[in-house]
Design a binder for this molecule. Structure first.
Ligand SMILES: *Cc1c(COP(=O)(O)O)cnc(C)c1O
Length: 362
């Protein structure tokens, strides 16, 4: 039986990448031992981290004004590290609140003593949409603006990004990073935990405009300063070498498969199939407004929130080889995460299962 993994993260990786990693695991390219046993200062690893960075630079067309970093502590540490480095005394931080992940970012900003200017509040609509983006008022005196491009939990995604003028835009792109092309020059800083769309957990990719890194006050510890990692090429301390190796393989795969425009096309096709199945059947309801629906995390309910039937759905889906469909514990319901590496056949198998489940239980 084919197994399709719809976990939200850690999540599915391309099968060919998994097989390549398996092939190289005990003997990396003829050296007689594995890359996880190699020094992060060795030539073999240097080639890997350079290639990973070059892949991002080529896929996103990143100029020398930006650094590409491979750090640890997940996206969660970035919630603290960004304000530690980029906040400016006396200036507020702008936040667009699209749910849980925005709250976690705001919590750290507040702990560090920052005042927040709430640019968008998704609370009244229970985070079911991200609307009016082009009309958002951005005070030009803000230190920076924080957004979460795709809310993994609610299943909402920015259809396009706000224009922030001269105020640096910071994006938590953990769950839709490398799923579609975007203009990096619109951003001051982008971060993404690898485990959603580009590799295993343990690495967070940070792309930062180098001039912004210089803002960092003298009181921030060495390990928590972007400048430290820029100066040392992400090798200030021992990085997650295996994570970076996997990211290199995944980004090789992205390039071999036509890059981000091709990826977006495939992702749109998969998402359209799944949302069409939800919309065609009154047994299912999507939880997000169609204009804000995520291409990556498809959230839905059965009969408007029948928890018993939803539990049955999760159980029977699992028996049919469709893994990880349970919604996040904060919101319940169902969620199918269909990241880059989810093949179209996986979505088709889920749609067939859904149609049959509705017929039997409707
Ligand atoms: C998963 C996730 C995080 C948290 O990532 P960690 O690596 O576990 O810290 C943050 N933001 C978004 C949007 C996520 O999906």
């Amino acid at each position: 039986m084919a197994v399709y993994n719809f976990n939200a993260g850690p999540a599915v990786l391309p099968k060919s990448v998994m097989l390549k990693a398996q092939e190289e695991f005990v003997d990396y390219r003829g050296c007689g031992y594995g890359i996880i046993e190699e020094s992060h200062r060795a030539k073999a690893f240097d080639e890997i981290i350079q290639a990973a960075e070059a892949n991002f630079r080529s896929l996103l067309n990143i100029s020398d004004d930006y650094a590409v970093l491979f750090l640890q502590g997940g996206a969660s540490l970035q919630f603290a590290m960004v304000p530690m480095n980029l906040a400016i005394p006396g200036k507020k931080i702008g936040v667009c609140d699209t749910g849980e992940w925005s709250h976690k970012a705001m919590k750290e900003m507040k702990i560090l003593g920052n005042e927040i200017d709430l640019i968008y509040n998704g609370e009244p609509c229970k985070f079911s949409k991200i609307e009016g983006i082009k009309d958002w008022k951005i005070d030009q005196n803000l230190a920076y603006v924080h957004i979460c491009s795709n809310n993994t939990i609610y299943g909402s995604e920015y259809p396009y990004f706000p224009e922030t003028g001269n105020v640096p835009l910071v994006a938590d792109m953990s769950s839709d990073f490398m799923a579609r092309p975007f203009d990096i020059n619109k951003f001051g800083l982008v971060f993404a935990g690898a485990q959603k769309n580009i590799g295993p957990s343990g690495t967070v990719v940070v792309i930062i405009r180098k001039d912004l890194a210089a803002r960092c006050p003298a009181t921030v510890p060495t390990m928590l300063r972007y400048t430290t990692h820029i100066d040392k090429g992400s090798l200030f301390n021992t990085p997650s070498t295996f994570g970076i190796y996997m990211i290199r393989l995944v980004t090789d795969w992205l390039i071999a498969n036509g890059g981000l425009a091709a990826m977006q096309k495939k992702n749109e096709e998969k998402a359209a199939k799944l949302y069409a199945a939800i919309d065609a059947c009154p047994f299912y309801t999507g939880t997000v407004d169609p204009a804000s629906r995520s291409m990556m995390n498809v959230t839905f309910r059965i009969k408007g929130g029948d928890e018993e039937l939803e539990a049955k759905f999760v159980k029977e889906a699992k028996e049919a080889g469709l893994i990880g469909i349970k919604g996040h514990r904060a919101v319940g319901g169902l969620r199918a995460s269909i990241y880059n590496a989810m093949p179209l056949e996986g979505v088709e198998a889920l749609v067939a299962f859904m149609n049959n489940f509705a017929k039997v239980n409707g």
